[in-house]
Design a protein around this ligand. Sequence first.
Ligand SMILES: *Cc1c(COP(=O)(O)O)cnc(C)c1O
Length: 379
Amino acid sequence: MGFSTIAIHAGNEPDPATGAVSVPIYQTSTYAQEAVGVHKGYEYARTQNPTRAALEKNISALENAKFGYAFASGMSATDAVLKLVKAGDHVILGDNTYGGTFRLFNRVLSNYGVEFDLVDTTEISNLEQAFKPNTKMVFVETPTNPIMSVTDLQAVSDVSHAHGAKVVCDNTFMSPYLQRPIDFGVDIVVHSTTKYLNGHSDSVGGFVALNDEKDAEWIQFIQNSVGAILSPMDSFLVLRGTKTLAVRMEAHDKNGRQVANFLVEHPKIQKVYYPGLTSHPQYELAKKQQKGFGGMVAFETGSLDNAKKVLERVKLCTLGESLGGVESLISHPASMTHASVPVDKREKLGITDGLVRISVGIEDIEDILEDLDQALSYS
Ligand SMILES: *Cc1c(COP(=O)(O)O)cnc(C)c1O
């Protein structure tokens, strides 16, 4: 079956009680039992909820995974995955992950004896050198936020598996429509559904998809034990969002390419970060493992002053954190999404004070380009 058919039908069977075509929001905390121990598979809503179960079926099918679990946020999904490692274990973390992921390692997990090293995984030789006898997991994000570096998922999987480590990929920037990490040997996929999967900037959520039965059992156990579950209402919203994922991602990708090409030609812009540009260092790799290049574009204005001017002058693009919604959002990574990353590390990565990131929406491209053009016409 094709991607859109799966997106529209997986988990979306008509409601058995009423025939409702759209999965209802089962807004309940508990379920009536016919007799002691006799029930319909639902006991208590932290453990099981039909709306959440429908979404879990849906997204795991889209990621080509047997199992999937929906969480209250992308961060709680990542946190659940990291409960597969224990005190004394070592994790290799891509050096340009989402700021919140770095913060989770640096400020939280480090208190519990989990060791980690930051590695630039765009070079596989760097990864090969980073393994220790106690390395249990390699956690990557590709393309990265906001510099859009691309990591070879097949190569990372091969090298990590040879060292007995599991591979986790944060697939938020691509969505399963543009990239399916499991097809390249990745063991576990995490998502912030807040972004493209929901796609309408009206819900916060996270997801874990995987094939290993034993790990899946543990993730489900953590989901129930810790209780950072996705609510019925949010499950409904994301389930509605994924129905149009393919058409939205096609539109984001088309607009993203045009915005990147416009910025490359603009005299005030010094550098554009977008994997769809032939000048991008991993353009060929991106073409190989992605179905498109997506809607995330970052660009260098040269100074904090210039970045501020652009961010203050835009009218259509909304200044705000987050990404992946139908509306174009523009942000300043150094002071917003990456404020928790130490300054020296930020500069090493290229997250300068002059860097601006845009999540290109699916408005008419002429309007987006006109807005950027007028925003960049500062003196
Ligand atoms: C937003 C984001 C997260 C965190 O997700 P939340 O839903 O905000 O908790 C993780 N990874 C990436 C790449 C993100 O963009």
